[in-house]
Design a protein around this ligand. Structure first.
Ligand code: ADP
Length: 430
């Protein structure tokens, strides 16, 4: 296999896909691995994104997992490492962005330029901009965006220099919008100046894609970049790669089409409604009935029997998606965790059964639901294909449940996608 250019470490699953999608759009052939692979890469790729679940685990665990990912990526020849975190800089006072960044910097310290790195969650296409070191979400500061109330990673300060400094031993500085506006030479000069001042890590302003495109060339040769997914749009050109359709090429689609949805987010509920309104076959799974029937086996069998005769005619939808009130009622009866686990495992078993029935084009809605389905299908890596909607590409993966050449799948996190996503995604693939 070829040596990869860019080795990426993402701190969550759907964030990994978001980054991979941006790299593919900029021309790179990208493979996403679920966790640190135990074997060398067995596909041609310019970049690999290793998807971890390290955002909210204890910092020491996040560091260990990230270093294991680094070692594997170095084994595949990665010339530059990209640590990807959330575009709202989700972290606690202890980490994990700072500790993981510093552990990666320590591991790369021997390389030329390894004494410095940058940090910026800017992704203007998604309304995330950084100005004078302050992160804006749409028109408001991070700490007024709702993120101040996040259950796991409340973000109460929009000043990222301060936020990152609280998590780091190295001195944290700023490369501001005035420097960005002047272009790569000025950015490089500012980095040299910061180095001379003893700064090891700098937050970078970016208010537009143009800023990110000017930042890209200035990062050439830097062993480590840390960012949201936005910075990725300016990096492939450093390796002589330009946007092309071949980067997103996947094998031709085969088999039947199905949607499995366990997401209860607003966008997903609209997508379910649009599918039903279009007159397409949809089956609702009721968690209360599921619990009453003593587990999932009977529900799984019923759902698959329902789908079997319909699949040859076109796509089917099986969903547990429900309104917030209905979800609350279920959670009150079953418990939040127990309800989630029961529904996830049932939908994952249904997804596997659908593959046994010949489905080879699968849409999964919901971040946690996707994790459960990917696990049930035994998928360890995916080749990233064309974008359906921002942040959501089609992918192709091998699975023991699809032994005849694998399957196409797309993993849609809650609030992504237009209302007709469940219908148009199959059209996009043809
Ligand atoms: P999203 O990406 O929209 O957050 P997730 O799949 O990550 O979607 O999370 C949805 C969670 O809600 C999952 O744990 C799922 O099993 C659970 N769930 C799905 N449907 C229901 C329902 N009707 N009642 C209660 N919980 C549900």
């Amino acid at each position: 296999m070829n040596k990869i250019f860019l080795g990426c470490i993402a701190d969550d699953f759907t964030g990994a896909t978001d980054l991979a999608n941006n790299l593919v759009r900029a021309g790179m052939r990208v493979v996403q691995a679920m966790g640190v692979p135990s074997e060398p890469l067995d596909a041609e790729a310019d970049a690999v994104v290793v998807a971890l679940k390290s955002r909210t685990v204890p910092a020491a665990d996040a560091v260990q997992e990230s270093l294991a990912a680094l070692r594997w990526l170095q084994g595949q020849g990665a010339q530059q490492i990209y640590f990807k975190y959330c575009s709202t800089f989700d972290s606690t006072a202890q980490g994990n962005i700072g500790p993981v960044t510093e552990a990666l910097m320590d591991a790369l310290a021997g390389q030329p330029g390894g004494d410095f790195s940058i940090a910026t969650p800017a992704f203007p296409d998604n309304g995330r901009t950084v100005f004078k070191g302050h992160l804006f979400v749409g028109d408001v500061l991070l700490n007024e965006s709702g993120m101040q109330n996040h259950p796991l990673t409340p973000m109460t300060d929009a000043n990222l220099v301060r936020v990152l400094q609280a998590q780091c031993h190295r001195k944290v500085g700023l490369i501001d919008y005035k420097v960005l506006a002047q272009g790569p030479e000025a950015i490089r000069a500012r980095i040299d100046q910061l180095r001379a001042d003893g700064v090891g890590l700098a937050v970078v302003d970016a208010v537009s894609n143009d800023d990110l495109m000017r930042l890209g060339p200035a990062l050439r040769g830097l062993p480590l970049v840390t960012a949201g997914s936005g910075v990725a749009i300016g990096l492939p050109a450093n390796f002589g790669i330009a946007p092309s359709n071949t980067a997103s090429a996947l094998p031709p689609p085969t088999g039947f089409q199905a949607v499995v949805s366990g997401s209860c987010s607003l966008a997903t509920n609209r997508q379910v409604a649009a599918f039903v309104q279009a007159g397409l076959p949809a089956l609702a799974i009721d968690p209360m009935q599921l619990a009453a029937s003593g587990g999932g086996a009977a529900t799984v069998a019923q759902a698959l029997a329902w789908a079997k005769g319909l699949l040859p005619k076109g796509p089917v939808l099986i969903y547990s998606s429900a309104t917030p009130d209905a979800v609350k009622a279920v959670q009150a009866r079953l418990g939040v965790q127990a309800a989630g686990d029961l529904v996830e495992h049932t939908l994952a078993a249904i997804a596997r059964g659908l593959l046994d029935l010949g489905v080879r084009q699968l849409v999964v809605a919901g971040g946690e639901t996707s994790g459960a389905c990917v696990q049930a299908l035994g998928i360890s890596q995916m080749k990233i294909g064309p974008q359906i909607d921002p942040g959501v590409p089609w992918c192709h993966a091998q699975s023991d449940a699809a032994p005849d050449g694998g399957l196409h799948l797309t993993l849609k996190s809650g609030n992504f996608g237009t209302d007709d996503f469940f219908i148009k995604s199959f059209r996009c693939l043809q």
